[in-house]
Design a protein around this ligand. Structure first.
Ligand SMILES: Nc1nc2c(c(=O)[nH]1)N[C@H]1C(S)=C(S)[C@@H](COP(=O)(O)O)O[C@H]1N2
Ligand SMILES: [Mo]
Length: 504
């Protein structure tokens, strides 16, 4: 191929990669704002760079070192993209592999960022697919060296390549604009120090953790905490402009700013949060040490008027939850939380402020990114999930789960263990039944409080064969968990968790 003939494939390569990357930046902006392929690759290179390279970069470029790095990444990308285009003419498979290798590098960079989730690899994956497809499509529109009638001409090739490049550029501009809000809020969160609470939570009792392999830890690390919400994009709420409006059926409407909230005497508490969509035996449940301010105190300041029986909390993205006024004014730890396990709330768990209410499913109480509490009545307003067929009230049902054993075990003495919960009531006992046999008392760990789950264990003398283990809990007020099977709609699942075990 002559040098003159090579520029068109090179241009096709560059346009195809620009197209893919632009779409990926847009996807990142929409779905995974911390997974910009260009920026995660840059960050990975910074992490991988040996100290001398960092020193040299700073010596050469000063505070412009990061810009220099991105320009460098850009140049390498341009060269590789051009190369892929040229290569594609003779060795299309190799060219595609080159693009895919670049994409996989981007996916690895995204997946290895701190706190990365599955969604974070999507932008780089999308970039790869889009670039491979665009490369093939553009090259097929390249005029041949001895054109025949009906062949694409140079002009139409340039229009296609230019169009792909322009779409990429627009996508990148839009994507970066969408990502910038998230970056600001992430930076604000990272520099924010949680104030020392006025009231600390009693320490986790020594006997709370049974230390059994495979048993759920009593405190759920933030990174492992289940996440459920309707937010396609995690809201970017800058605490400096956050305020909570308290309004509706109250004598005194008011607004609480972030600084005002931080100045209040904050209290810590342990609460187990659970999703109504958790099936029997499921894991949409977790326990954290929360820090926040009692909602009861804010409502006392607002003074609800007679007849009010519900608080409709509203998030910045329009989600609403209907919480009985009673649950927010009684003595329980219903709080406006700002901290989770000693950290500011993670963005996906409601930063800067969410609600946590012991004893109620999340959909009627745990509003994240909360910005408004409207005091109202159940017969005057309905919440997000109630409008979609779920119950307007959602008290948590007593339940229990078997975590171990799983699969197969050796015959003989075998530890069966799990967790049981009935938030804001407390668990008094747990029983295990083997092969529908009699219920046998399990041993309870020490609960942190009535607002948290509790671990349990039962030592089972396992005989060879196939067996089924079932568990049921009894609450402090004497309620025994029912074996009646109900699905999660409209107000939470019931039935016994059961596991099949092969004993060899
Ligand atoms: N803003 C907002 N808050 C929300 C939701 C939501 O969709 N949007 N989902 C609720 C539901 S259904 C549950 S179970 C809990 C889950 O909280 P987590 O994601 O921190 O575990 O948040 C609640 N708060
Ligand atoms: Mo939920």
């Amino acid at each position: 191929m002559s040098a003159r003939a090579r520029w068109m494939p090179a241009l096709a390569g560059i346009a195809a990669v620009a197209f893919g990357l632009g779409l990926a930046e847009l996807a990142a902006g929409l779905l995974a704002p911390r997974a910009s392929p260009v920026l995660v690759v840059g960050s990975l290179l910074i992490d991988l760079a040996p100290p001398w390279a960092k020193d040299a970069a700073i010596a050469l470029f000063g505070t412009g070192d990061k810009v220099a790095l991105l320009v460098g990444v850009g140049i390498v990308l341009l060269v590789l993209a051009a190369l892929a285009g040229i290569l594609h003419v003779r060795r299309p498979l190799l060219a595609r592999l080159l693009v895919i290798a670049g994409g996989v590098f981007g996916m690895i960079a995204a997946a290895t960022r701190e706190g990365a989730g599955v969604a974070d690899i999507l932008p780089a994956a999308a970039a790869t697919v889009a670039a491979v497809l665009a490369l093939g499509a553009l090259l097929s529109r390249r005029p041949t060296e001895e054109p025949r009638a009906g062949d694409p001409d140079r002009r139409s090739f340039l229009v296609w390549a230019g169009g792909a490049g322009a779409i990429g550029l627009l996508g990148a501009v839009g994507g970066f604009a969408l990502q910038s809000g998230a970056r600001t809020v992430t930076a604000v969160r990272e520099t924010f120090r949680l104030p020392t609470p006025a009231t600390t939570a009693p320490p986790v009792p020594a006997g709370a953790e049974l230390a059994i392999d495979g048993l759920t830890p009593v405190i759920t690390p933030n990174a492992d905490f289940y996440r459920i919400d309707t937010a396609l994009q995690v809201p970017n709420l800058d605490p400096r402009s956050w305020a909570l409006r308290i309004r509706g059926m109250v004598e005194q409407e008011f607004e609480l700013t972030w600084d005002e909230l931080l100045a209040l005497p904050l209290a810590e508490s342990h609460t187990t949060l659970m999703c109504v969509s958790n099936p029997v035996g499921g894991n949409l449940i977790g326990t954290a040490r929360w820090v926040g301010y009692p909602i009861r105190e804010l409502l006392a300041r607002a003074r609800p008027t007679a007849g009010a029986d519900m608080v409709l909390s509203r998030s910045v993205d329009g989600f609403t939850a209907s919480t009985p006024l009673e649950a927010l004014t009684d003595e329980r730890n219903a709080i406006l939380a700002i901290g989770m396990n000693g950290e500011p709330l993670p963005l996906e768990h409601g930063f800067p402020v969410r609600m946590v209410v012991p004893g109620l499913y999340g959909y009627v109480s745990a509003t994240k990114w909360v910005t408004e509490l409207e005091v109202t009545r159940f017969d005057a307003a309905t919440a997000y999930w109630t409008d979609r067929g779920w119950s307007e009230r959602g008290p948590i049902k007593i339940s229990s789960r078997i975590d171990v054993p799983r699969g197969s075990v050796a015959a003989g003495s075998t530890v069966v263990a799990g967790v049981a919960w009935h938030q804001h009531t407390g668990i008094a006992g747990v029983e295990v039944s083997v092969d529908e046999g009699p219920w046998r008392e399990a041993e309870l760990a020490t609960a942190i409080s009535e607002d948290t789950w509790v671990q349990w264990r039962y030592v089972w003398d396992a005989a060879p064969g196939e067996h089924e283990l079932r568990v049921r809990a009894t609450s402090v007020d004497g309620e025994v968990q029912t074996g009646d099977v109900q699905g999660v709609v409209p107000d939470g699942a019931t039935g016994y968790d059961a596991v099949r075990v092969t004993v060899a």
